[in-house]
Design a protein around this ligand. Structure first.
Ligand code: NAP
Length: 527
């Protein structure tokens, strides 16, 4: 049941007087529930409880954390149809997407459970003492990853489940041994509350400390800012716009004790179509890309917002087909009137730039909050000279840049801002003729794709979802897959520490049987 209250650990409270409602963009009406924004006192209480919980939760075994993570997945499943219904009412997304995203969320939680149960993620490294070493004896040193402390999670508007309350960031932080305080996304506060109730049930059932999780409502930026500035908070995970991510990153940097902000932000995901591919299959590529540009109403951080090619008959064929295909796709609903409004504003700004030509645009009347898709084109030189054209238009929009030659294509690629993904469409072995171009692209992105589309982010250990700034604030980490746990840990060394007092991961007997690097060798043996 949705109460509209905040979860401060195991207690629900609504002490504030600022309230708000979520919105049904399909029906263009407010939803029935009223949410109460967290007060400063509630923010502080959540942070205090999280710090208290950290004392015990950071020491909980991998097996117990796995039990907790699996229980969260089960409790989310137990929410049944109610969760999926609220998801659809608050996002305008179809039921199939709701079910799919729930599956992904459960899969992430269970993947982290397996990861911490197996235990190798602590990267235990042991250099045993060498008392006889000359000229100086060597001390015994043992290093492993330990948890950072309370983590604040800002969920994304466009993934109410998989990148939100119990999404990848929360699962990773729990797996790392960090309590989590979620700053609930105001567009899907009801979905968030239902998931929060599942997390609290799971925490109670598996004996986790009160304060291991809190969920705070807010409809403005104040609660999030207070959380980031609270001295008890030790790291932040954010998924959203460049503007929001950068503001929080700067705020965290100004604290007396600066903390890391792992912000995954917008991206235009350049797609380079090489000449032979254009010559041989321009129409097919255009059809595929019309689908990718409009998938999920273009509301994916991996949406292909920029397509690059060298002028040729093939490129003309590509833009003509893309123009035809894009208008035939039925417009769909955006997540919220604000997102739809920002799309219109950013689209108009892009369209008003000198040298921009519209290739194809859906022009018929659409229902409120539905997005009309547009593809545009520009010459390479104009693109290079106008940085506005390099910015994300979040929605079903893409720009085709027509380069005069390979040198211009390479120059554009080298001057792009950091991106989540880059895609190369190539035929035969032509890619091997573009080594320098590919090098430039690799330098600008976190993931490079061959003959595919950037939309669709597989959740697995080898996925890198991040990239050079501004795609993310720290390109060394991924926000998707089990390696995302590394954002919430720090390496820690014990020197000559008594064996009995060492954590199980570093004891001589290796009771957990994990893989450790002992005196330079990777082994599971005891010492
Ligand atoms: P958003 O406007 O940045 O909001 C995200 C969250 O941050 C909201 O809870 C918002 O709170 C809060 N926030 C924003 N600015 C803030 C500030 N200055 N101080 C404190 N809190 C602030 O983003 P969105 O509209 O939800 O999401 C769309 C964007 O996310 C797109 O740019 C998309 O590309 C990006 N995205 C990136 C990824 C990725 O993995 N890289 C994934 C999905 C989406 P309020 O709403 O209460 O103001």
């Amino acid at each position: 049941m949705i109460t509209g209250k905040n979860y401060i650990g195991n207690t629900t409270t609504a002490n504030g007087n600022k309230t708000f409602k979520t919105f049904n963009p399909q029906k263009n009406i407010e939803n029935e529930w009223t949410f109460t924004e967290a007060t400063s006192a509630e923010v502080n209480k959540a942070c205090e409880l999280a710090t208290e919980a950290f004392k015990t939760y950071s020491k909980v075994s991998g097996a117990k954390k796995a039990e907790f993570l699996r229980a969260i997945a089960t409790e989310i499943e137990n929410l049944g149809e109610e969760l999926l219904n609220v998801y659809c009412l608050e996002s305008g997304l179809p039921a199939g997407r709701a079910g799919g995203e729930r599956g992904r969320t459960l899969g992430q939680l269970r993947a982290f459970a397996n990861h911490v149960e197996e235990g190798n993620w602590v990267e235990a490294t042991i250099d045993t003492a060498q008392p006889e070493r000359e000229p100086m004896p060597r001390v015994d040193l043992r290093k492993m990853n330990v948890s950072l402390g309370p983590v604040v999670v800002f969920g994304a508007s466009n993934f109410p489940l998989a990148f939100s309350t119990a999404g990848g960031d929360t699962a990773a932080a729990f797996a790392a041994g960090c309590p989590v305080i979620v700053k609930s996304h105001p567009m899907h506060a009801g979905t968030g509350e239902l998931v929060a109730s599942a997390i609290i049930k799971a925490a109670e059932k598996t004996g986790m400390p009160n304060g291991v999780f809190s969920n705070l409502n807010s409809s403005g930026i104040e609660v999030g800012q207070e959380l980031v500035q609270n001295p008890k908070v030790k790291a932040v995970a954010f998924t959203g716009s460049l503007k929001g991510g950068r503001a929080l990153y700067d705020l965290a940097g100004k604290r007396d004790e600066p903390i890391p902000v792992f912000a995954e932000m917008g991206s235009i995901n350049p797609v380079v179509i090489l000449p032979k591919a254009l010559e041989n299959r321009a129409s097919d590529i255009a059809k595929t890309y019309a689908g990718s540009i409009t998938l999920g109403t273009g509301q994916f951080c991996t949406n292909p917002g920029l397509i690059l090619g060298i002028k040729s008959a093939g490129l003309t064929n590509f833009v003509n087909t893309l123009a035809e295909e894009i208008v035939n796709i039925e417009p769909s609903c955006m997540l919220h009137p604000n997102i739809a409004g920002t799309y219109e504003k950013n689209k108009d700004k892009a369209l008003s730039q000198n040298g921009i030509d519209v290739l194809g645009a859906h022009s018929e009347n659409v229902k409120p909050n539905f997005a009309k898709q547009v593809v545009t084109t520009v010459q390479g030189k104009t693109f290079l000279e106008n940085s506005t054209l390099h910015h994300e238009v979040f929605g079903p929009y893409s720009l085709v840049v027509q380069c005069k030659d390979e040198a211009e294509l390479r120059e554009i690629t080298s001057k792009l801002e950091g991106q989540l993904t880059g895609t190369v469409i190539s035929d035969d072995n032509e890619i091997s003729n573009y080594v320098n171009l590919i090098h430039e692209l690799e330098n600008r992105v976190g993931r490079i794709i061959f003959n595919g589309v950037p939309t669709g982010v597989e959740v697995c250990a080898s996925m890198l979802h991040g990239g050079p700034y501004p795609a993310s604030t720290d390109s060394r980490f991924t926000a998707v897959g089990v390696d995302s746990i590394k954002r919430f840990v720090r390496p820690f060394s014990f020197q000559d520490w008594p064996n009995d007092l060492l954590p199980a991961e570093l004891k001589n007997s290796n009771p957990l049987g994990i893989l450790r690097t002992v005196d330079g060798k990777k082994i599971t043996d005891k010492i």
